[in-house]
Write a protein that binds this ligand. Structure first.
Ligand SMILES: Nc1ncnc2c1ncn2[C@@H]1O[C@H](COP(=O)(O)OP(=O)(O)OP(=O)(O)O)[C@@H](O)[C@H]1O
Length: 247
């Protein structure tokens, strides 16, 4: 069964749903985002339509300043759009109260940033366990799962190291484990290997794609690296504020 949504058009029927099939992991319809610029405004997103099915990985490859981070922040419910709708797992989110948007974000979405954003005073294990404990798991359960995930990523011998005691690539692998620790339905990554040297970047991206495949999480990953992008199921770019499918 081809689970791919019509990538450039709006999903048919109720947006975010595909007929009788399960809801899309992410669907954006007619998203507009406007920022103040000088005396006027700039429309970074101008009616962007975009969807990702469950289990699908998509690379976002677009020039600097074209709106990649803006798109990721809106898809991740970190920012509001000025118009349009964002469906997470079929649920329209634009008009939900902030507390409900936060709940959906915590339950369903994992983030990886260019700079890992780990908490410096906590160990690798604690950084990965914490979001799970916030979600209600006991420390014991959370640490057992975190240990498993970190070991899978080759960090079994680095569990009690703090971020400052880890290499850049190791820190980013901890960030990957943290983003996936709560088994999100959707993974959003903003240049996840952007600050790493080519060899480390290749290694970390390999670990990330392997985990994306193993967990079946839907993923949208912004990257400048075309070779890395070629490993994803689909590639999209931003053109004049709209999402356009690449070959
Ligand atoms: N909070 C803001 N206020 C005003 N302008 C903003 C704001 N956030 C982003 N912009 C502008 O929107 C445009 C898109 O920014 P965005 O960060 O989404 O681009 P990007 O494609 O992620 O770029 P890069 O690859 O350099 O990180 C830029 O022109 C930026 O200056």
């Amino acid at each position: 069964m081809d689970q791919r949504a019509n990538p450039n058009g709006r999903p048919e029927g109720q947006p975010g749903r595909q007929g009788g099939r399960p809801p899309l992991a992410l669907a954006l319809t007619g998203v507009v985002r406007r920022y103040p610029q000088g005396a006027g405004t700039i429309d970074v997103l101008r009616g962007a339509d975009f969807a990702i099915s469950h289990g699908q990985s998509v690379a976002l490859v677009a020039p600097s300043g074209s709106g990649k981070s803006t798109l990721l922040h809106i898809a991740g419910l970190l920012e509001h759009s000025d118009a349009g709708e964002v469906f997470i797992d079929g649920t329209p989110t634009a008009r939900l109260p902030d507390a409900e948007r936060t709940r959906i974000r915590r339950l369903s979405i994992g983030f990886i940033y260019q700079f890992h954003h780990l908490l410096p005073e906590f160990t690798a294990l604690e950084n990965v366990a914490m979001p799970q404990m916030i979600r209600g798991l006991s420390r014991k359960e959370a640490e057992a799962r975190s240990k498993e995930m970190l070991s899978y990523l080759g960090l079994g011998a680095r569990l009690v190291h703090r971020p400052s005691e880890l290499s850049g690539g190791e820190q980013q692998r901890v960030a990957i484990a943290r983003a996936l620790a709560n088994a999100p339905r959707l993974l959003l990554a903003d240049e996840p290997t952007g600050n790493l040297d080519p060899k480390t970047s290749d290694h970390v991206f390999g670990a990330l794609t392997e985990l994306v495949r193993a967990t079946g999480v839907a993923a949208l990953i912004a990257t400048h690296n075309l070779e890395l992008a070629s490993r994803m199921d689909r590639r999209v770019t931003l053109r004049e504020g709209k999402v356009v499918e690449l070959a």
